[in-house]
Design a protein around this ligand. Structure first.
Ligand SMILES: [Mg+2]
Length: 242
């Protein structure tokens, strides 16, 4: 099926490991030739979303795990729509302080400065402190949601998910395009709501690391080192679009 819109996770899916590779731009070229837009759906902060909007050929980004949609609004200026209300944004602010009080040595990620609807902790710090399970319990006790990407534990208040933001985006910004006419690429645990809720999803081969932790797996799972990250995205799209 030729998708009308391609949604894609960023880290580990459009990046090769931690590197931006030239393959990303081959993906953009291929999609442009086929008149298909790419919408990044990432756990990174909305500040990163600003970078995507200004430096990559994208007109919309879904960031913070689905907490915020950024887009080029009137006169091309960047605008936002937050998926949770101010009360939940305020409660999160308080919890971000509480978790640092509760756990000695705890710190938020550097990019938490640019976050509005969620915060993050480096997975490497949680491993160094040996408190990942404890922090998860603390979040659960205070009714704070959490999920892990390749690099971060993200936490947030209220109802945020990649799939609910995709559905909202299609309804509000893409009148007439249905979820089952679109495709999603992902590689990690924080993509699971999309694997569950969207009919056409593709896991790049590096998803193998977390595959048995996923209750809901992608519709298509790519295999082998030649299908890791953006290589898998480009190979799969080249096949579908030829
Ligand atoms: Mg990822």
């Amino acid at each position: 099926m030729k998708p009308k819109i391609v949604f894609s996770d960023f880290d580990g899916t459009l990046t090769l490991g931690e590197s931006l590779s030239p393959i990303l731009f081959d993906i953009f070229d291929l999609l442009k030739r086929n008149n298909i837009k790419l919408v990044p759906v990432s756990g990174r902060s909305i500040s990163w979303g600003h970078f995507f909007l200004t430096h990559l050929p994208v007109d919309t980004v879904i960031m913070e795990g689905g907490g915020v949609i950024g887009y080029h609004g009137q006169k091309g200026l960047i605008d936002h729509e937050f998926m949770i209300d101010n009360q939940e944004i305020g409660r999160l602010e308080g919890m971000a302080m509480e978790v640092r009080k509760e756990f000695k040595g705890m710190a938020l990620t550097a990019d938490s400065i640019g976050r509005i609807t969620d915060r993050a902790i480096e997975l490497s710090l949680l491993e160094d402190l040996g408190v990942k399970g404890e922090v998860e319990k603390f979040m659960d006790k205070h009714n704070v949601n959490h999920s892990c990407s390749n690099v971060h534990m993200n936490f947030w208040c209220g109802d945020i998910s990649k799939i609910s933001a995709i559905n909202y985006y299609l309804k509000k910004f893409e009148d007439g395009i249905k979820l089952d006419e679109c495709m999603f690429f992902g590689d990690s645990l924080n993509d699971e709501t999309v694997f569950k809720g969207m009919p056409y999803t593709v896991g790049v081969s590096n998803i193998s690391i977390v595959l048995n932790q996923l209750e809901h797996k992608p519709h298509v799972i790519l295999e082998g080192p030649d299908n890791a990250g953006p290589k898998g995205v480009l190979n799969y799209l080249s096949n579908v679009l030829k």
